[in-house]
Design a protein around this ligand. Structure first.
Ligand SMILES: [Fe+2]
Ligand SMILES: [Fe+2]
Length: 275
């Protein structure tokens, strides 16, 4: 299965760039599954229903959220009716929406997509490790599902690495989100799980993690709230991770970072791939 995951879409720049690029990426990379983190799509804070619709219409199969899941309250009734929009799995019991969904491809193959949220330097949550283990007990990679993708939305690289190694061989791709900076550690772990500790954001990198830089910087100089933060609206770099998996085992054959447009040095996976 050929999977593309794109990191945190920030503001209009990120939304428009991702929506414009997805059809070409789907055909150019012959993608079977596209998953996009959209927790910052609405002005940097949350996701509005019309924005979710636009990303689905552009070709996203599943959208994930994170700590900004509920910043736009209109998403609360929407998520209850749209199972392909995920909030973290390890939210307290009774939280609207779900943290995982299975996607049936047109050719009969099936993928499981899940999101969890880390706990280091983040809001208190249930244990992401135990929540994932409980979920995975219901599926068999290479059996009941051909691929499993896990978005670990977390601040600390250590927690993301610990998570990936804990499930090495049980998940096709573990990809981090939330830091808004793509990490240069794409690899296939010894057990066959593809891993990159952060996908990076899809937004304007002439910014402080996607927000206009001056008001964001002044907050570090003066320890008091300043001007309201707004997303930077320059050209976006779309950032993500491409993975090709073996349908029989569900394990990764290839992982390659993707960076397109904007300011960051570009990276595009080879469509057919070097062995
Ligand atoms: Fe984010
Ligand atoms: Fe986040």
């Amino acid at each position: 299965m050929r999977i593309l995951f794109l990191g945190d879409v920030v503001g209009r720049s990120g939304r428009d760039s991702v929506a414009a690029a997805l059809p070409g990426l789907r055909s150019g990379l012959a993608l079977d599954l596209i998953v996009v983190n959209a927790e910052n799509a609405s002005h940097g804070f949350g996701l509005a229903p019309d924005m979710a619709q636009a990303l689905f219409a552009a070709g996203a199969d599943v959208l994930t959220l994170g700590n900004h899941a509920w910043d736009r309250r209109e998403i609360i009734p929407y998520i209850a009716e749209h199972p392909r929009l995920l909030r973290p799995l390890n939210c307290p019991p009774g939280t609207p929406g779900a943290g995982a969904v299975t996607v049936d491809l047109a050719d009969g193959r099936r993928a499981l997509v899940l999101q969890t949220m880390g706990r280091l330097y983040m809001d208190p949550m249930d244990c992401p490790f135990r929540a994932t283990a409980e979920l995975l007990a219901k599926y068999r990679l290479g059996g009941t599902v051909n691929a499993i993708l896990a978005d670990i939305h977390a601040e600390a690289t250590s927690e993301k690495m610990a998570y990936a190694h804990s499930f090495d061989g049980q998940i096709s791709l573990v990809v981090g989100t939330h830091t808004h900076c793509p990490s240069a550690d794409a690899q296939i772990l010894p057990g066959g799980t593809a891993f990159q500790s952060d996908a990076g954001m899809s937004g304007d990198y002439d910014s402080v993690i996607g927000m206009v830089k001056e008001p964001a910087a002044i907050r570090f100089w003066r320890k008091m709230p300043g001007e309201r933060l707004a997303p930077a609206e320059g050209p976006a770099t779309i950032c993500g991770v491409f993975v090709e998996t073996d349908d029989a085992t569900g394990l990764a054959r290839r992982i390659a970072p993707l960076r397109q447009g904007g300011r960051l040095a570009p990276a595009m996976p080879e469509p057919m791939g070097a062995p």
